[in-house]
Design a protein around this ligand. Structure first.
Ligand code: ATP
Ligand code: LTN
Length: 336
């Protein structure tokens, strides 16, 4: 079955990752997962649940276990097909941790210090974990191990991708051709969905409050309630203006990403914020309904997810291990 899919695909490799740090939200779906679903039928695609990244901040082991399996099931519900792509847990393929160390030894303190995600999560805090600082080297390893050309991600990952490219270019120049130079592929719409309650902040799995986050598995009434309470402004004029009207513009962009239409279509049809919110909520509910139905089905056989991850790890190792061996040899590490 898989061979049949591969035969019709270009031999362009895709890799992307997602942290099992909580429930999947509409930003993850529109910014990344929806592109993964499309890419799996066109390219040789690898998608990884980056559990090693999730332990760079305080976590509960029990929650991490639950989140990992739940995320795998949500990815399947969102349309990833294990017959068409490889889905695996990062910690099941030890080459990730190993290449990460080699890359940490090529990345500089200055480069890692400039990463905004690190700065946002608390650069000034002395108790911050060393793993959070070196996080981008592990992410570079995730990508470079698979010789990926395309990396479908949301806007917030652009800087990490630039660093990955810099690391790969420098490594190749210093130690000989080892890695393919990857490129971020960022969707034109929905690549930076903002929190509905704090429209200046990106919607995030791990945010303190869930009021402004629409989770993929939120029931329709919850989605309607969260959208109706979304923070807007007092101007009461429906206009797409992300700079001056971030709340309303975020809702308009969500609708555009969900329906494939232009902002002007929504703007021309609504005068009141309340009506606009109702239209946006209906579009999101309709978008998520088939995913939620598939999730209910998948829950009937939870063992399926563990089997899929096991098989995925084997397929991933087959590609990752030769790259690791090449990187080690090129760096001058003697083979056993
Ligand atoms: P965390 O809160 O733990 O940092 P997150 O919600 O930011 O999690 P990630 O696992 O870091 O999600 O990201 C998975 C993918 O979703 C990445 O490609 C990322 O760019 C994308 N993504 C995350 N948040 C958004 C968002 N608000 N809008 C669009 N894309 C997003
Ligand atoms: N850092 C990313 C998650 C991530 C990733 C990757 C994305 C880890 N490894 C490899 C793309 C490719 C994030 O926080 N969203």
């Amino acid at each position: 079955m898989r061979r049949c899919h591969l035969a019709s695909k270009a031999v362009i490799r895709v890799l992307s990752g997602i942290q099992p740090s909580g429930e999947l939200h509409i930003g993850n779906y529109l910014g990344a997962i929806r592109s993964w679903v499309r890419d799996q039928y066109e390219f040789d695609s690898f998608f990884t649940i980056v559990d090693l990244h999730a332990i760079t901040v305080e976590h509960s082991p029990e929650e991490l276990r639950k989140n990992t399996l739940r995320l795998a099931m949500t990815l399947l519900a969102a349309g990833l097909d294990p017959e068409a792509c490889t889905i695996f847990a990062q910690s099941h393929v030890s080459a990730h941790a190993e290449l990460s160390w080699l890359l940490e030894c090529t990345a500089t303190f200055g480069e890692l210090s400039r990463m905004t995600q690190f700065k946002d999560k608390g650069r000034s805090d002395e108790s911050i974990r060393a793993g959070l600082f070196t996080y981008p080297a592990l992410m570079a390893a995730d990508i470079l191990l698979y010789q990926a050309e395309r990396v479908p991600v949301g806007e917030d990952q652009r800087q990490h991708l630039e660093l990955t490219r810099d690391i790969a270019i420098r490594f190749n120049a210093k130690y000989g051709q080892t890695f393919t130079i990857p490129q971020a592929t960022i969707p034109p719409l929905g690549s930076r969905v903002m929190d509905l309650a704090h429209p200046a902040k990106k919607m995030s799995k791990s945010s303190q409050s869930t009021a402004g986050t629409i989770f993929i598995l939120d029931p329709p009434e919850t989605i309607a309630k969260k959208v109706s309470r979304a923070v807007t402004d007092t101007e009461n004029v429906v206009r797409f203006d992300p700079e001056n009207k971030p709340g309303i513009s975020n809702l308009i962009e969500l609708w555009c990403a969900a329906t494939g239409n232009e902002p002007s279509q929504l703007v021309s049809q609504h005068r009141m914020y309340g009506e606009l919110k109702k239209t946006v909520a209906d579009a999101l509910i309709a978008l998520l309904e088939p995913l939620q139905r598939r999730y209910q089905e998948l829950q009937k056989d939870p063992g399926e997810v563990s089997r899929m991850l096991k098989l995925g790890a084997e397929k991933a190792k087959f590609v990752a291990e030769p790259t690791l061996e090449l990187a080690k040899a090129n760096m001058g590490l003697v083979a056993p």
